[in-house]
Write a protein that binds this ligand. Structure first.
Ligand code: FES
Length: 130
């Protein structure tokens, strides 16, 4: 069996939603101290929905594939749904990751949650509505 699923390879080779949102409503950046990889997520939120999401990842192939898949999973979703995204859901959507690469999907979950936290910090009234 191949070490990486076709979906992982596809999202690694053709990552979706790479880039920067200049006027983002929320930005989250996380890193893993052990491997040194860094992930940054930008969110554009309109009417409590993820209107747009982009990422920059300086990291391994699994981190790039995880960021790409995570953006696909939350794009167009209500903020409340994006908040529930887990790294397991990202890994499952990629048809699995090797056990020692699961931490790469954790970065994607954390980056999105940090970006949402940033959004709530800037819009405290929105947090109450949730
Ligand atoms: Fe660090 Fe993949 S090896 S995020």
């Amino acid at each position: 069996m191949a070490l990486y699923s076709e979906k992982v390879m596809d999202h690694f080779r053709n990552p979706r939603n790479v880039g920067v949102i200049e006027d983002a409503d929320g930005v989250g950046e996380v890193g893993n101290a052990k491997c040194g990889d860094i992930m940054k997520m930008y969110l554009k939120i309109v009417d409590d929905r993820i209107e747009d999401v982009k990422f920059e990842t300086f990291g391994c192939g699994s981190a790039i594939a995880s960021s790409s898949m995570a953006t696909e999973l939350i794009k167009g979703q209500p903020v409340s749904e994006a908040m529930k995204l887990t790294n397991q859901a990202v890994a499952e959507a990629l048809d699995g990751l090797p056990a020692y690469k699961m931490h790469c999907s954790v970065l994607a979950e954390e980056a999105i949650k940090n970006a949402l936290e940033d959004y709530y910090t800037k819009n405290p009234d929105k947090r109450k509505e949730q």
